[in-house]
Ligand binder design. Sequence first.
Ligand SMILES: [Zn+2]
Length: 399
Amino acid sequence: MRRPAPRLLEWSAVPAPRRAHPPAHRTKANPVSESPSTPDAPVIDEASIGAAVDAALAAIAAATTTADLKAVRIAHTGDAALLSRANRAIKDLPKDQKAAAGKLVGQGKGRVQKELAARQQVLAAAEEEAALAAETVDVTLPTDRRPRGAAHPLTTLQDRIEDFFVGIGWEIAEGPEIESEWMNFDALNADPEHPSRSLQDTLYVAPEGSGMLLRTQTSPVQIRAMLERGAPLYVACPGTVFRADEIDATHSPVFHQVEGLAIDKGLTMAHLVGTLDALAAHLFGGAPITRLRPNHFPFTEPSAEMDFRCFRCDARLGLDHDADPACRVCGGTGWIEMGGCGMVHPNVLRAAGVDPEEYQGFAFGLGIERILMLRNSVADMRDMVEGDVRFSQHYGTEI
Ligand SMILES: [Zn+2]
């Protein structure tokens, strides 16, 4: 591409700018308008004042909105307008000319003001009428009576639980709902005869012996996270799980869990309890007190059942306050059973490719339905799965 030759001398070729309009020539023929103390004083005679008034009246007539008219008012009666400048110049006129000039300018200004006021009234009335017409509501129109949907309360609660984990720096992990038996049981250290593998408990995918099932827990997501990400690892795994249960007030074949898994160097049960305390406070408020009771799970060692301090009765105030014997949330015990937890079994770490000599981990799992039932006083689990929009609207519209 050719570039234009440089024109280095261009600066010197540009002539100095000249004034487009030389200063106005002041004529001695109009001594009335001239005064050394008011250099911008306009000519005050019938012709110039008449022309200014005519221009103002024409502009007023041409204004079609009150906003237009405001601009006209500023242009023709504002400080810089000819009529205003003429008015200011009167005081500097010779005495014998002041009266005539005052009358001329005063009458002109009066006409303009009067027209402005009249036009303002007309335009404002028209605008008000237009606004009223635009805002008219036809009360005879039928309303839209279709009820609005809402997020399901379980979804809203799951979001809140995820918020908690994201807030403490954990990641949210998801996995498939159709899972291999190995992921769901073997990798989690469940022996081949473990009762939870039976057809009475677990929904297997046909054909028989396919080795595939509907996951009975979200724990396989923990295995997948360890295999994919390695240690250290901090993940929460919320999701839908399936059991071969009949639906009743407290059971459902489809429900939701959230599990937490932390893998790092030097983790202990104290870290587990601290995390659960914070989660309890986030979900229920009240005193963040977690109690662990020894239990057995194949995938953790040691294992424990976790109880949260009741958030409803006096028990929430601390261990030195007794529970209300009639409390429907804790049954008068002061404690709410929340789920299982423990330190991740070394066999589980090995199955997921993590060296148990180097890393330790803790894990826990809670049922989201159970949290919703406790937190929002939902008495019957069937209400959650029937799909009645009134249930969602009642619990699901929290902000
Ligand atoms: Zn209670």
